[in-house]
Write a protein that binds this ligand. Sequence first.
Ligand SMILES: NC(=O)c1ccc[n+]([C@@H]2O[C@H](COP(=O)([O-])OP(=O)(O)OC[C@H]3O[C@@H](n4cnc5c(N)ncnc54)[C@H](O)[C@@H]3O)[C@@H](O)[C@H]2O)c1
Length: 368
Amino acid sequence: MLHLARVFSSPFSLLLIFSHCVLNPRNFSPIAVSAVMAMDPVRVLVTGAAGQIGYALVPMVARGAMLGPDQPVILHMLDIPPAAEALEGVKMELIDAAFPLLKGVVATTDVVAACTGVNVAVMVGGFPRKEGMERKDVMSKNVSIYKSQASALEKHAAANCKVLVVANPANTNALILKEFAPSIPEKNITCLTRLDHNRALGQISERLKVHVSDVRNVIIWGNHSSTQYPDVSHATVKTQGGEKPARELVANVEWLQGEFIQTVQQRGAAIIKARKLSSALSAASSACDHIRDWVLGTPEGTWVSMGVYSDGSYNVPAGLIYSFPVTCRDGEWSIVQGLTIDEFSRKKLDATAEELTEEKALAYSCLS
Ligand SMILES: NC(=O)c1ccc[n+]([C@@H]2O[C@H](COP(=O)([O-])OP(=O)(O)OC[C@H]3O[C@@H](n4cnc5c(N)ncnc54)[C@H](O)[C@@H]3O)[C@@H](O)[C@H]2O)c1
């Protein structure tokens, strides 16, 4: 809980917690501290909230899956005018669900009202690719959405607002958002590759018939697209005989370098084929995992994948939003350093970086 206080709370509530501890040293208890902190709900923006992912995500946030079981929240939900009535319906359902942690709901089509005072912004709204549309046309629509929402966040969000872009092309939308919200620290702007990370954990767990929570430290490198590189070179699995490399237990390089990678890369398409709709519950759940680990920290010895602003680590060009292995502490992520990259991996890291460089150029060409 103290992590959350540090990351989100106002100076006033921190002062309250401090005075509580100093004035009542004998009565100090974490429960009392969290009661004081509970005075400050965290404001969470979900854009595209009337859509599929939004509908799965908002109840998760209201139940504490994103910020913890004791943290009250106020949900800000944004959608566009044609979806206003559906958005109102989502608000009605949130009221009807009587979530104890939910201290308020703002449902609006006004971007300024949506962004005002938010501590966390989950950007799910975007323009989908429709049949017959050129890539550039879709990019151009999303560039203009992310440019204007960046300005609204920059002017109206709370200081230190943390941003997660989910809408595709997620990495490049996040990059545009960063460009047009220069006062938001670049460390606060990320995109979702946690769904791909969780998919990779799931595939290893299915293959080895172990529980998914016993698998850790897979990596998704690069773009949230079919060029992403799901990498198990450093992944481990908890067994009765201790922690073992996933590679050693799978003992099938051909599968790891072929079918495994393709299954994770193509999982979104497989879900559309089966459901006739794209993944929503797993995307929403992974968005909660992303923010929870960012804010509350990754477990000791475990890393996760996040799309973050590249500083040139692992010779990935600086200035892209690229998925790296990261650990989080005190509300800040850091790229895991020093992992060995073999020749197979190097090619994959470079190929997905190349695609992101092209996407970046396409997005910038839409600005001019
Ligand atoms: N990064 C990932 O892992 C991941 C996974 C799954 C889906 N996605 C992407 O997430 C996005 C949402 O998916 P979905 O299934 O919920 O789609 P959806 O079409 O069901 O919902 C999108 C919602 O966004 C709204 N919207 C459109 N423009 C908006 C704007 N300017 N401001 C606010 N809202 C706006 C729409 O009205 C709609 O309600 C898509 O871009 C999808 O490709 C990303």
